[in-house]
Structure formats: C-alpha cells, structure tokens
Design a protein around this ligand. Structure first.
Ligand SMILES: *Cc1c(COP(=O)(O)O)cnc(C)c1O
Length: 364
C-alpha cells in the first residue's frame, strides 16, 4: 500500500460540492478582494476562537512580521522564541530588525518554560510562543512571565487552529495570535492565506489599514503599509472548511489516539501533550535514534515521511549572521536529527492507519 505523508485532495473531496458551489458563486459575483466573504470569515473565525477581532492577511509570515511591526518591536529589541521551530517564526522577528533569542524546547516540543527567565534582558520586548505540530504550549507559565517582566506575547498558531490550553483557544492568550491558512495546515485554504486575532480595537484597526497600503480611505494613505489581503475566493473556501472544522479536528484526533494506543516499539518515542493542553495534530511526530534507517525501512514499504525540521533556524544559512555555531542548542539540534512526521490527514482510511502502525511495530 502506498501512503503519502499528506493527502490534501482527500480533504477537498470530503466536501467537494460545497467547495465547488462557493468557488463558482464568488467567480460569478464580480468582487474578488476585500468583500463580503472576507468580512464574514473574519467574524466567523473570531467567534470560533473567542477573540474579539480577526483580520485576514495574505500569509502566516505576514501575520507574524506585521504583528511585530505594529507592536513597534524592531532594531535593538530582543524576542524570545524556541529553537525548534519552522524558520518563518524567526523571520517574522528578524524582518523588522529585532534579534531572536533562542530557548531550548521541553520534552513536549514546546518552549522550556524553566529556561526562559535566564534569557530575559533589558532589551527583551516579547515572547513568541509556537504551538508546534498543533500541540498547545504551557500558557499559564508563559503568561506569568510576560506579566512579571512586562513583555508582549505573540502566538504562532500556524499549526494549532482549534487547540486549547485550559479551555482557552490558542491565539487568544496574548497581544496577537498569528495564523497561516497554507493548504497543508489544519484550516487550509486552496492557496496562500493568513490572519491575526487581537482583542485591542486600535490594534485591529492598525492591521486593517496596514494590510491595504496603509490606507483607510481609498487614495488617502496614513502610513507605508503592505499589500497583504486574504482574497475573496480563499476567504469563501475557508468559510466552507470552518463550518466543518470541529469534525475535521476530531477525525485527526482519533487517528492520533489510535497511533498512540497502538504503536509499541522500544526504538520509537511517541508525542505527548503537556497537562492542560489539547492537540489538533497538524503533525504526529515520533522520535527515533536510528531515524535514517527507519526512513529507509518505511520508504521500502511505500510509507512517506517528512522531517519537521532537519535544520534548526539558528544553523540555517539565512541566520549565519547571528553567529550561532553547532552545539549552541544541543536539545534542539538533537531533535532535528531524530524527529520524524508520520502520515496523518483528513480522509485517511483505517486500513492506511493500520498499515502504518504494523510497519512501525515491526521495525527492529
Ligand atoms: C506555516 C508556518 C508559518 C508560515 O505560514 P505561511 O502562510 O506559509 O507564511 C509560520 N510558522 C509556522 C510554525 C508554520 O508552520
């Protein structure tokens, strides 16, 4: 049986008629940017998450860098972030000239809250929390630290749509919750897209103006902004998906639970959630000391896997200018050498799940 790491077509066919009807409706409407679909999506996503305001943007990276820009965090400022994240989290910080201060992760792939305080300096302005793989981070402790040191809190929720910590949804804890709707994400569009959640009315207004060239009224520009708008087709198709998000999340949760109950192999370590957290399983990430051999073995059985992520940001060529060398973040670097994402997607059949489980259980 051939199993790919992800199958986005399956997610489409689950609600094919609804997606096609919506796309045709928008194509025929004659209105493609900043219209009713976007307004409705923003209202509906805010209501779903419990945030006051949602502002649609063109991508997750835009959500991040525009957040830091509007919070005035840039040159000479430091932002704390976990070392084991997707590089876009770090680019969101550095695009405004701020410096990322890397902290090692805990055993749950989240930022190690016991290692944050020692990294706080006079220049620290914010903590960027990443709910990696769709597993919520320990928000109670992080909020305590932000209050104690008067830091801004930004959440990277590009992988955590609908994940909770203590009954509150990720993206609503801090100043800005940043989302991506890249097709492979849990709430994925059919192209690029992103959004922010905010509770502050003025900040919400600033995002709306910034995304449209700094213009509130056509041809009157308050400041130099960007072109970062979530278009009508993506917003409309996201509304279709959002209607089904609870069942889609449940479906992935069931697959993850089945994996966790059924995979038993001393050579493989399974993911775990911290107390109080829920997971939406953007990825199901296992760890294995003999990863390269495991990848080859699964490859022979036609099971596709992906490494999220093989090169930690601090060792990437893009960040050589920060001057970090190999060995700077041993835990992060070890994860980069041992993590492996196994197939998990909406529309995955029971037979496919069992095939993956059997293969992993017979790896020796
Ligand atoms: C996907 C992703 C982003 C970037 O989102 P884009 O929409 O691709 O720009 C940022 N952070 C994390 C953790 C992501 O997974």
């Amino acid at each position: 049986m051939k199993i790919m790491p992800n199958r986005m077509d399956r997610g489409f066919y689950q609600f094919q008629q609804e997606f096609e009807d919506k796309a045709i409706e928008i194509l025929r409407s004659g209105w493609y940017i900043l219209g009713k679909e976007l307004n409705l999506f923003e209202e509906e996503f805010a209501a779903y998450t419990g945030a006051k305001y949602c502002i649609g943007l063109a991508s997750g990276l835009d959500a991040l860098w525009i957040a830091f820009r509007l919070l005035n965090i840039g040159k000479n400022d430091e932002v704390i972030v976990q070392g084991n994240t997707y590089i876009a989290s770090v680019m969101g910080i550095t695009m405004n000239g701020a410096t990322p201060i890397f902290v090692e992760p805990d055993d749950y792939f989240g930022i190690d809250i016991d290692k944050i305080e020692e990294k706080i300096t006079k220049r620290t302005k914010a903590i960027l929390v990443v709910h990696l793989y769709g597993m919520a981070s320990r928000m109670d402790k992080i909020i305590e630290l932000c209050k104690k040191y008067n830091l801004r809190l930004i959440e990277d929720c590009a992988q955590s749509h609908g994940a909770y910590f203590n009954d509150q949804m990720t993206g609503t804890f801090g100043d800005v919750g940043c989302f991506s709707f890249y097709p492979s994400k849990n709430l994925g569009a059919f192209g690029d897209g992103g959004a922010v959640l905010v509770n502050d009315e003025q900040l919400a207004k600033d995002f709306r103006i910034f995304r449209n060239y700094g213009s509130e009224r056509r041809y009157y520009n308050k400041f130099v902004g960007a072109n970062s708008r979530l278009d009508e087709i993506q917003a409309g198709l996201l509304r279709v998906k959002l209607k089904h998000i609870q069942e889609l999340t449940k479906e992935k949760e069931k697959i993850a639970d089945y994996y966790t109950e059924s995979i038993h192999n001393g050579k493989i370590q399974l993911p775990r959630l911290v107390k109080g957290a829920s997971g939406v399983w953007h990825q199901y990430v296992i760890r294995c000391e003999e990863r390269e051999r495991l990848i080859d073995y699964l490859d022979q059985k036609e099971i596709g896997t992906i490494i999220h992520y093989p090169i930690p940001p601090h060792l990437s060529e893009a960040y050589q200018y920060l001057g970090h060398k190999k060995g700077f973040l041993p835990i992060t670097e070890h994860l980069a050498q041992t993590v492996l994402s196994i197939p998990i997607y909406n529309g995955m059949t029971k037979e496919e799940q069992e095939y993956v489980i059997d293969a992993l259980n017979s790896f020796d």
